[in-house]
Design a binder for this molecule. Structure first.
Ligand SMILES: Nc1nc2c(ncn2[C@@H]2O[C@H](COP(=O)(O)OP(=O)(O)OP(=O)(O)O)[C@@H](O)[C@H]2O)c(=O)[nH]1
Ligand SMILES: [Mg+2]
Length: 215
């Protein structure tokens, strides 16, 4: 029966990474998806995504994580980036206060472009840089509470909490969707729309979208 083939692919969650340039979004993704870290990573241009399979309550969940440029001039068409997203990691760098000050702006952008429930986590990355910390854990926690976000400090460099941060978001998405009655026809339709909108198809593990830069 055709439906049986669909079972393994029932859950495809699009998660977006946002935050200022150089906070470590691309390295959080490479640490999570490939267990890699790059000390000399270049600023992202356009959009990339990676798919990672995670098991939740015995079910196979595909997390498709999208990464874009923090730098305005390299960012691809914003609405396409956010389309269909059900989770977001909003990232700052604990050693650069300006990146923490930008968080409210990133949250506004998320609200403008996403209409469905989005599982959101505030991520203070580079917690290995304790000696040059500019944002305390308490400040991170209290902003997260104020805005109703999960909160975690991470280090893509030494792996602290990277897996956990993604898994908490994925689990929350799963919970949100369960609440929406998983098997309703309208939700299934929503999922297939998400699939169709991907340039490289949901089956591919990596991909990118070639938008022209907004100069
Ligand atoms: N010490 C430390 N350095 C990190 C960490 N994560 C990333 N970096 C470094 O920070 C710099 C920027 O990292 P990226 O992952 O490229 O940052 P990004 O947020 O993707 O930047 P854009 O693509 O420009 O938006 C690189 O030199 C990384 O090696 C971390 O957890 N700790
Ligand atoms: Mg990047």
């Amino acid at each position: 029966m055709e439906d049986n083939e669909e079972v393994g692919e029932e859950y495809l969650f699009k998660i977006v990474l946002i935050g200022d340039s150089a906070v470590g979004k691309s390295n959080l993704l490479s640490r999570f998806a490939r267990n890699e870290f790059d000390t000399n990573s270049k600023a992202t241009i356009g959009v990339e995504f990676q798919t990672q399979v995670v098991e939740i309550e015995g079910k196979e969940v595909k997390a498709q994580i999208w990464d874009t440029a923090g730098q305005e001039r390299f960012r691809a068409v914003t609405s396409a980036y956010y389309r269909g997203a059900v989770g977001a990691l909003v990232v700052y760098d604990i050693s650069r206060r300006t990146t923490f000050d930008s968080i409210k702006r990133w949250l506004e952008e998320l609200t403008i472009h996403c209409d469905t429930t989005v599982a959101r986590m505030l991520v203070g990355n580079k917690c290995d840089l304790e000696n040059i910390r500019e944002v305390s854990i308490e400040e991170g926690k209290s902003l997260a509470e104020e805005e109703g976000l999960f909160f975690m400090e991470t280090s893509a460099l030494d792996s602290t909490n990277v897996q956990t941060a993604f898994e908490i978001v994925i689990r929350e998405i799963y919970n949100n969707i369960s609440r929406k009655v998983l098997n309703s026809d309208s939700y299934k339709a929503e999922l297939s729309v998400n699939r169709v909108s991907l340039v490289n198809g949901a089956g591919s593990k990596q991909g990118h979208l070639n938008f022209s830069c907004c100069s």
